[in-house]
Ligand binder design. Structure first.
Ligand SMILES: NC(=O)c1ccc[n+]([C@@H]2O[C@H](COP(=O)([O-])OP(=O)(O)OC[C@H]3O[C@@H](n4cnc5c(N)ncnc54)[C@H](OP(=O)(O)O)[C@@H]3O)[C@@H](O)[C@H]2O)c1
Length: 331
């Protein structure tokens, strides 16, 4: 798989990366998560599964891996894999995130799965934890779901600490969520420390159902930021695993174009992301090598005019999209 620069940083990424949100913990919101894990939540089983998917990703040429402090043991599983496979830190790009603390206690159902706090104390604690698990592999540290409400873009202490990390050689980014993604991104692009833009990269949701952040992401890329797209399959809604009858007409459109273009629905949805000129890397969020292989089919798909036209009509209003996402069950 070709490597390409991550914005203006020294880092490189592959067009498809692997996210570990679903591999690191028993409970998550992706469709059919529990079934995908065969409800086997033993730590050793989950680590084996994560390593199997990481091996398949590595063999396919994937060189960007994405974790977070709040993804259960994702950083630990990624760290143990990088070390056991003796991967050269220079051959791989690893991103993680701080700002949410994992509180589910390795349970599928929990009163609170994660607690958000974008304070200096949390940044310092979680940076030390991430470094302990990922060591020198850790290249990119992102604020997890920056919002205006969290106040993080106006927290001088936090911004100064991030600037110190950047000075020490770690790229600094932020991830976004919710209908306000574009507005938060534009505010983040304006954050400077000593006259230099602080954020090297952004991770945002862009998919066929929720493309509203596109213009802001294009501006971020043009300004030199690396762009990571997450939730490209809308947490599984853009796959055959989506059995919601209300979605059936749209799934039928996806299936018709996938059939015509000799690909799968998930690969078609990922190809739509890769067709954006501003994307550095799109994350695959799979839990099996078979689904990864299907996702990777995106690299061979070129959307034609007919597909571009029909797929553009699948978009929901941002409010509707994020409301639906909020209603996805932890499983
Ligand atoms: N705020 C943030 O910063 C944030 C938020 C969300 C996500 N992320 C990042 O983005 C990554 C991806 O997001 P996401 O987890 O929501 O993933 P996603 O890629 O939108 O969706 C993954 C879902 O699609 C299913 N799937 C994929 N290929 C399939 C196929 N061929 N057939 C049937 N089902 C298929 C997966 O099933 P299986 O599990 O069975 O493979 C899983 O349920 C995460 O791992 C994380 O790194 C970041």
């Amino acid at each position: 798989m070709q490597q390409r620069p991550f914005g203006e940083t020294k880092l490189t990424v592959t067009p498809i990366g692997l996210g570990l949100a679903a591999l690191g913990r028993p409970g998550y919101i992706t469709l059919g998560h529990g079934d995908s894990l065969a409800h086997d939540y033993e730590v050793a089983s989950m680590e084996r599964r994560a390593h199997t998917v990481l091996d398949a990703a590595w063999a396919a040429g994937i060189r960007y891996f994405d974790a977070a402090r709040s993804y259960g043991r994702a950083e630990a599983f990624l760290g143990s894999w990088l070390q056991s496979r003796e991967i050269d830190p220079a051959a791989v790009t690893v991103g993680s995130k701080w700002g949410y603390t994992y509180t589910a206690g390795w349970r599928v159902q929990a009163e609170k799965h994660e607690v958000k706090e974008h304070s200096l104390a949390v940044l310092r604690r979680q940076w030390a934890e991430s470094r302990a698990l990922l060591g020198d592999y850790l290249d990119l540290y992102q604020i997890h779901s920056a919002t205006f409400e969290s106040g993080v873009l106006e927290n001088g202490e936090v911004l100064a600490e991030l600037a110190r990390l950047k000075q020490a050689g770690v790229a600094v980014g932020l991830s976004l969520s919710g209908p306000g993604q574009a507005d938060v991104l534009r505010a983040a692009m304006a954050v400077t420390v000593d006259g230099v833009r602080l954020f090297d990269g952004v991770q945002a949701t862009w998919n066929l159902l929720e493309p509203s952040a596109g213009p802001a992401l294009a501006d971020a890329a043009a300004a030199g930021m690396g762009v990571i797209v997450k939730e490209a399959l809308a947490n599984g809604r853009l796959t055959p695993a989506n059995e919601d009858p209300a979605f059936a007409p749209r799934l039928a459109i996806l299936q018709a174009h996938a059939g015509r273009l000799h690909t799968t629905v998930d690969a078609l949805a990922l190809a739509a992301v890769l067709a954006r000129p501003w994307v550095s890397v799109v994350l695959s969020g799979v839990t099996s090598p078979a689904h990864l292989a299907s996702n990777l089919g995106a690299l061979a798909v070129t959307l034609d005019e007919e597909a571009i036209h029909d797929l553009a009509a699948l978009a929901e209003t941002p409010d509707h999209y994020w409301q639906t996402r909020a209603e996805l069950a932890w499983n």
